[in-house]
Design a protein around this ligand. Structure first.
Ligand SMILES: Nc1ncnc2c1ncn2[C@@H]1O[C@H](COP(=O)(O)OP(=O)(O)O)[C@@H](O)[C@H]1O
Ligand SMILES: [Mg+2]
Length: 232
């Protein structure tokens, strides 16, 4: 569903941060990317979603080569981004945040679609009229994921959704992401939290200084997550 081949990218022209990343996630699959601060997770998330330009290599959504396309075109090709730090509009209401996200993806938000998302995350219905900035961190993360969902994505790239959340809230995120996978959406999860990776992903890539140095699945993946996290 989402494929990147030999991807090179960076924040500044001529200063690459990613040095040839290959990754592939199928519909309904979940690929984790673990790496310490500065490894390039955010750069990868932003390059996949089009916030940063591809310097070399390619990004494909299904059969659609979107390497030269900006983030607006990619969200319309059904690739959604849950950015680091959530990036919701704090002065808009919860409902308005969902509406703006749908609009950005060229999706007409029907009452039924809204109901689906609010059923998955009931807090978004209960607080529909509240200023998004008044939500707790965990609630804002629900909203950030809800914003992606109303865009009717085929793929969602999430950048450290566990950041700043309590263990209970992280449990909730794990459960929600597993539920989203089951609907056939592909997930790419940039994370440092081993619990979340283990709970959600079937394959984990270890990113180090802009390169994938290991790629493991199953029990080996769990081992990798533990090593990366505990330095063992
Ligand atoms: N806005 C930026 N401009 C230039 N360099 C950046 C910027 N943000 C991060 N970097 C650098 O790019 C590298 C990768 O960072 P980043 O993508 O944020 O990794 P991670 O998300 O894994 O912490 C680091 O060396 C970091 O210092
Ligand atoms: Mg980051």
């Amino acid at each position: 569903m989402l494929r990147a081949a030999n991807l090179h990218a960076g924040y500044r022209r001529g200063v690459p941060v990613l040095h040839g990343i290959d990754l592939d996630v199928a519909a309904g699959g979940a690929l984790g990317v673990i790496g310490r601060n500065g490894a390039g997770k955010t750069c990868l998330a932003q390059t996949l979603t089009g916030a940063l330009p591809v310097m070399d290599g390619s990004v494909l959504i299904g059969d659609d080569d979107v390497s030269g396309k900006d983030s607006r075109a990619r969200v319309r090709a059904r690739l959604s981004h849950v950015p680091e730090g959530r990036m919701i509009f704090g002065d808009l209401t919860v409902r308005e945040n969902l509406e703006v996200a749908a609009f950005g993806a060229g999706v007409k938000l029907t009452a039924e679609q809204l109901h689906d998302v609010e059923e998955r995350f009931p807090i978004l219905a209960r607080k529909a009229g509240d200023r998004a900035g008044s939500l707790s961190g965990g609630e804002q993360q629900w909203l950030a994921i809800g914003r992606a969902l109303v865009q009717q994505p085929r793929v969602i790239v999430l950048d450290e959704p566990s950041l700043g959340l309590s263990p209970v809230a992280i449990d909730g995120v794990a459960e929600a992401l597993t539920g989203i996978r089951e609907t056939g959406v592909a997930l790419i999860l940039m994370e440092q939290n081993p619990y979340l990776l283990k709970a959600v992903c079937d394959e984990v890539l270890l990113l180090d200084q802009g390169r994938v140095t290991r790629s493991l699945d199953g029990e080996a993946g769990e081992q990798l997550v533990a090593e990366a996290y505990f330095g063992g």
